[in-house]
Design a protein around this ligand. Structure first.
Ligand code: AHR
Length: 488
């Protein structure tokens, strides 16, 4: 039995809806065959499925691809667009059928904000500045005129701009001092054309626990930007070797808990980078944008190694649940996060094969958690038990909670013990419950959905009982639960 306390009188702030953001790169079948058809038009069944999780923001065009991308290649009549080679991802041909207008059309259909990552590694300041002018300039100007010529009468008002991607690696192998200088220069020429929605500039931040990168960039470029990104993937590398990340579907108990342990390290990353940003750049409240996170395993056997296509199991669902709980509980630091990636790449929401589509266990977690978006985070405390053996020292359950504008409360819990159920007593402070509804996603750690059996891992109702000061329920082994409390 575990007791979970929810204190409706204390909050770390509002959970920015953008924490539930996504990422789409020109990589494998994320764009063509995923978000879009081969001709670059939105793929209707995928868009329809994604509407179910209320995507708040979508990052594009990469990833490593961003620092090789020249946006002019992807605008204008499709027959005249340049065909290029995607040098980062499989060396495949990219015909640019999906470019700026097509991306913004996907965002329009999803009802989400676009987040465009510009090319710092191999582009120019002028090229990047022109892209912003192309998207946002309302009046007469060379770029606004070009946009109109290409069918975009009204400005798109893109607010979120990334100043390069992984410039410590695929984006130019830079030292933080060099990147900080470039970032200042680029940020200077990225102009706001709509004073109601000034640009939100996101600098390339660190990989994992590279605290020096954060310190130098925040110190030297912090005044010119609004946020720093963080990339942190859940990896189970054998002997640190990227060629052996482990199978997404066939794994030992040791690998299960290794992945969950790595996922939980997100808390340490968020806390430490946040602390450095506040300390070295106190004059400006910089946000932390975790714009790449999620699991990264070996590709599905028989698929192109450069396409990063992997299956998605109940283990992935637990990683998503743990990570989103961490983000919710650190909503005073994390202003946006973008799981990698939205379709057919890494920890995806949907997988497709020809005309077929399936929803992954991770999709279901995003759906169960979606009422956290823009809600008021609530303080929680869980009386946990520390697990042993392969899970040595990991807490058995982890929670977050929030209160929506109508007063209802969402409590989400990740229960990682694969051997036993966990009865919980949830005590609510500062609010009385009139009703509570539970939902649970559960299965064997390696359970996953296939095109033939797409409902193997899907949410179902979970019984709850109201008590005087809250409710009780039983969490099955390896489960993600969501409780919606209607206040009295
Ligand atoms: O998401 C896949 C890749 O991971 C991205 O392109 C890159 O930014 C990161 O290394």
């Amino acid at each position: 039995m575990a007791q979970i306390f929810i204190n409706a009188n204390r909050s770390a702030g509002t959970i920015n809806k953008n924490i539930y953001g996504h990422f789409a790169e020109h990589l494998g079948r994320c764009i063509y065959g995923g978000l879009a058809n081969a001709d670059g038009t939105p793929r209707a069944d995928v868009i329809e499925a994604l509407k179910g999780i209320d995507v708040p923001v979508l990052r594009w065009p990469g990833g490593c691809f961003a620092d090789t991308y020249h946006w002019r290649d992807g605008v204008g009549p499709k027959a005249q667009r340049k065909t290029i080679v995607n040098t980062n991802w499989g060396g495949v041909t990219e015909n640019n059928a999906f470019g700026t207008h097509e991306f913004l059309e996907v965002c329009r259909q999803l009802g989400c904000n676009p987040y465009i990552c510009g090319n710092v590694g191999s582009g120019t300041v002028q090229e990047f500045s022109d892209w912003v002018e192309y998207c946002n300039m309302p009046g007469v100007s060379p770029m606004a005129d070009l946009r109109r010529q290409n069918g975009g009468d009204a400005p798109f008002n893109v607010q979120y701009w990334g100043v390069g991607n992984e410039n410590w690696g695929c984006g130019g192998n830079m030292r933080p001092e060099h990147y900080a200088d470039l970032c200042r220069q680029y940020a200077t020429f990225l102009r706001s054309y709509d004073n109601d929605a000034p640009l939100y500039k996101i600098a390339c931040g660190p990989s994992n626990d590279d605290y020096r990168w954060t310190k130098v960039v925040a110190e030297q470029a912090g005044r010119y930007i609004d946020a720093l990104s963080l990339h942190y993937y859940t990896l189970t590398l054998k002997d640190g070797d990227w060629q052996h990340k482990g199978s997404a579907t066939e794994f030992s108990r040791c690998e299960l808990y290794e992945a969950l342990r790595q996922a939980m390290r997100m808390e340490e990353m968020v806390e430490n980078h946040g602390r450095i940003m506040r300390r070295v750049c106190p004059e400006k409240k910089l946000g932390l944008v975790v714009d790449e996170w999620g699991t990264w395993f070996d590709v599905e056997p028989g698929t192109n190694p450069g396409f990063l296509y992997q299956q998605n199991t109940m283990r992935d669902a637990l990683v998503a649940a743990l990570t989103l709980n961490i983000f919710n509980n650190h909503c005073d630091t994390v202003v946006m996060a973008n799981i990698a990636q939205i379709a057919n790449v890494l920890q995806s929401m949907v997988l497709t094969e020809g005309d077929k589509l399936l929803l992954t266990p991770t999709y279901h977690v995003f759906k169960m958690y979606k009422a956290h978006q823009n809600a008021r985070q609530l303080e929680t405390y869980a009386e946990t038990r520390l697990l042993d053996h392969e899970a040595d020292g990991l807490p058995d359950v982890q929670v977050s909670a929030s209160q929506q504008a109508d007063g209802s409360i969402l409590v989400t819990a990740a229960h990682i013990d694969d051997a036993a159920s966990l009865p919980i007593t949830v005590r609510l402070g500062g609010v009385k419950a009139a009703a509570v509804e539970g939902a649970v996603l559960t299965g064997a750690p390696a359970a996953y959905n296939t095109f033939d059996a797409p409902e193997t891992v899907a949410p179902r109702a979970l019984a709850t009982t109201l008590t005087g000061d809250g409710f009780t329920a039983v969490l099955p082994p390896c489960s993600v639960a969501a409780f919606t409390v209607t206040p009295a």
